[in-house]
Design a protein around this ligand. Structure first.
Ligand SMILES: [Zn+2]
Length: 260
């Protein structure tokens, strides 16, 4: 199935769940007595007013809640502005303590799971932190079978700032948990929508990298040599930005860890 990146388009991901599909995605849902928005992006200039307008146009309601999947600058930039507009901010308890220049710290925090109940629908939050960031949570829209997994999946990219075997094991556990949800579509922090088959494929790609790259790194090969020996698999050539830079980024990450 072709991967479609509908850049800067607003569309329905499932019943009553929308996205403005961009490099930094904004997603929202109509819960009945208000709309909930997931993540507040990096761009404050145009998106501060654009997303609330999108929400109003698609749901007929105002943004009542804002959920942050994690406390990275590209997911929280409009927190303060949207809190001023009346949104209640919800995030994992670790986000409350996170240092950030941005205001708009969470009003409601949770430890393991949290259910946000609207008058017609509810969403379920689950903390799956400790890999991409200490703070990551996923958000399930059960009626639509849509799961927001934020940056736990990066269209091929190993979502760690440096390679760490313990974090890789935890990431495998988290992605196994993601696959347990009865979801048909995943929203991610960046780029096109994802299907469960992509997550499964990424796990085998990761196994393959971990099998092929370390011996070459230990033999003293550089990143160009390893990229030539371990090219992007044919069936992943259309993965968003993977051939452009993410595959090479992954190899560099492994090289730093396993190289001499
Ligand atoms: Zn991100």
């Amino acid at each position: 199935m072709a991967i479609v990146f509908r850049n800067d388009e607003v569309f329905e991901v499932g019943p009553q769940v929308w996205i403005r599909n961009m490099v930094d995605n904004a997603a929202w849902a109509d819960l009945g007595d208000g709309a909930v928005v997931i993540d507040s992006l990096e761009d404050t200039e145009s998106m501060e007013t654009q997303i609330p307008a999108d929400v109003r146009k698609t749901t007929g309601k105002s943004m009542r809640w804002l959920v942050n999947t994690h406390w990275h600058p590209d997911h929280i930039a409009n927190n303060a502005a949207w809190a001023r507009m009346g949104a209640t901010v919800i995030a994992h308890e670790s986000c409350g303590a996170a240092q950030s220049e941005a205001n708009g710290q969470p009003n409601i925090t949770f430890s393991d799971t949290y259910t946000l109940k609207g008058s017609e629908r509810e969403i379920q939050l689950e903390f799956l932190g400790g890999t991409h960031t200490p703070w990551d949570s996923v958000v399930y829209f059960p009626w639509a079978k849509v799961l927001h997994i934020a940056d736990l999946f990066g269209w091929g990219m190993i979502p760690l700032s440096r390679f760490d075997p313990a974090k890789i094991e935890l990431l495998r556990k988290h992605l196994a948990r993601v696959l347990e949800y009865d979801a048909e579509t995943y929203i991610v922090g960046h780029g096109p929508l994802v299907k469960p088959e992509h997550v499964r494929r990424w796990l085998t790609y990761l196994d393959w990298l971990l099998e092929t790259v370390p011996p070459l790194a230990k033999a003293g090969q550089d990143v160009d040599q390893i990229c030539a020996a371990v090219p992007v698999p044919d069936d992943m050539q259309d993965w968003w930005k993977l051939p452009d830079w993410k595959h090479r980024h992954n190899i560099s990450l492994l090289l730093k860890h396993f190289g001499g």
